[in-house]
Design a protein around this ligand. Structure first.
Ligand code: HAM
Length: 413
């Protein structure tokens, strides 16, 4: 038997309806906020992710599915969507008419992480990005849309945490202060943090090791070192969130695993998924478009983990019910049932029958399995009259109906 690859999952019928609900709800909610879909390729030049996510991040250092293709090109299966969307935005000059673009995407992403509950090697994101607006109203709008989406799914548990990571003006001094702080505590840090405290000191604030947590408890916070521009931006974002009625808390130790962020960063966190607490995450990336060779246009966005949302939705039932199950007794009645089924399906009615149905009992068992709203029973006597018995499964009420698609459809819709 050939099995699937570890960390790469099948999404089977029964489960896939939950995914469709997650995706349909995103399309519906995002369209209220003026977003259009963009579809980006799975494979990109490796250079794209090195330049955007950053060479010293875990993703680029250890997690990318990168290879050299038959044409000797270094390519990578996308570990996230923002870099690709911005590459496309620049390449197709989407900014030429109007720098403001509101784009969303959904699809698989790939990271070579250690698989566990809520963490996979192929996982799925639904993401949204807005370009061309610096005003903090857009930060609040993006966060409000994200929270609206979760409310629409009936999920109130993940809560919004926000932070600011400053900008190229104020972050270097903060970074240096953090390096100086960490240098004095090097002996208490884990091997990873020791190794990268100069190249990526912020990661120490996010380290899961108990020693690092203790050693960095009194570390300086970016929020206390923001320049006037970033401080104003953060204050205004908070004010607009309050105006929008979007609840949040501040987490001044939140750092993100990607280097392109500036100013506002955020996560929707839950305590229900063990170690994988972030259900959605994102932030502003005002320098990314120009770093990738485009004009100086700001951006902000987020991505949600579909597997994690599906876990939060739990066993809720999203599988639809067919309108009708047709049970037929005898070969002639079976043929009639088949003709009727095809006619009804063409008329927009969801119909099932047991193609190989033998006894009425076994057909009724199948009918129960499908949980159809109505069952139509065609027996020899009814067939002779050109009629059948239609039973409403929820009430048990039975009526005799003429055997035409139109007559049957009229009674069940
Ligand atoms: P990220 O924090 O790397 O950000 O990923 C966003 C979300 O994807 C996470 O919060 C999580 O729900 C899900 N996720 C990440 N890795 C895995 C995994 N191995 N298995 C299952 N789910 C996972 C980004 O990707 C940014 N592009 C977000 C963004 C968009 N920032 C601005 N715009």
């Amino acid at each position: 038997m050939i099995t699937g690859i570890k960390g790469f999952n099948d999404i089977l019928p029964g489960e896939v309806e939950r995914w469709q609900h997650i995706e349909d709800t995103a399309r519906r909610v995002f369209s209220l906020y003026g977003f259009s879909e963009i579809r980006i390729p799975i494979l990109e030049k490796t250079e794209l992710f090195r330049r955007s996510i950053g060479d010293t991040t875990d993703i680029v250092e250890k997690e990318m599915y990168s290879f050299v293709d038959k044409g000797e090109n270094a390519v990578t299966m996308r570990p996230e969507g923002t870099a690709s969307v911005m590459r496309s935005y620049i390449e197709h000059k989407l900014y030429a008419q109007d720098p403001v673009a509101k784009l969303y995407y959904m699809g698989p992403m790939f990271r070579y992480e250690r698989p566990q509950k809520g963490r996979y090697r192929q996982f799925h994101q639904i993401g949204a990005e807005v370009t061309g607006v610096t005003d903090p109203k857009v930060d609040a709008q993006v966060l409000t849309m994200l929270c609206h989406y979760f409310a629409e799914l009936g999920l109130t548990e993940p809560t919004l945490q926000i932070n600011s990571l400053g900008c190229p003006e104020c972050r270097p001094a903060y970074r240096q202060a953090l390096i100086d702080f960490l240098r004095e505590r090097l002996d208490s840090l884990c091997e990873d943090c020791k190794r990268r405290y100069q190249t990526n000191p912020l990661r120490a604030l996010d380290c899961k090791s108990a020693h690092c947590k203790e050693a960095t408890a009194s570390a300086p916070a970016m929020l206390d070192s923001l320049c006037a521009g970033c401080d104003d931006h953060f204050t205004a974002t908070r004010r607009h969130l309050e105006r929008a009625g979007t609840a949040y808390s501040i987490n001044n130790r939140m750092v993100r695993g990607l280097d392109y962020y500036t100013r506002t960063t955020f996560e929707l966190v839950t305590g229900l998924l063990g170690a994988q607490s972030a259900v959605a995450a994102g932030g502003r990336y005002d320098g990314l478009i120009s770093d990738l060779g485009g004009p100086a246009i700001p951006g902000i966005g987020f991505a949600m983990g579909v597997e994690r949302i599906a876990l939060l939705l739990g066993d809720q039932h999203f599988v639809g019910r067919p309108d009708l199950f047709i049970a037929a007794l005898g070969e002639e009645a079976q043929d009639e049932a088949f003709r009727l089924m095809c006619g009804l399906q063409r008329n927009g009615v969801a119909v099932e029958m047991d193609y190989e149905g033998k006894s009425l009992k076994s057909q009724m068992r199948r009918s129960d399995k499908f949980n159809a709203r109505f069952t139509l029973i065609i027996g020899g006597d009814e067939l002779a009259k050109g009629a059948a018995v239609l039973k409403a499964m929820d009430t048990g009420v039975q009526v005799e109906v003429p055997l035409t698609p139109e007559e049957v459809a009229a009674r069940i819709t």
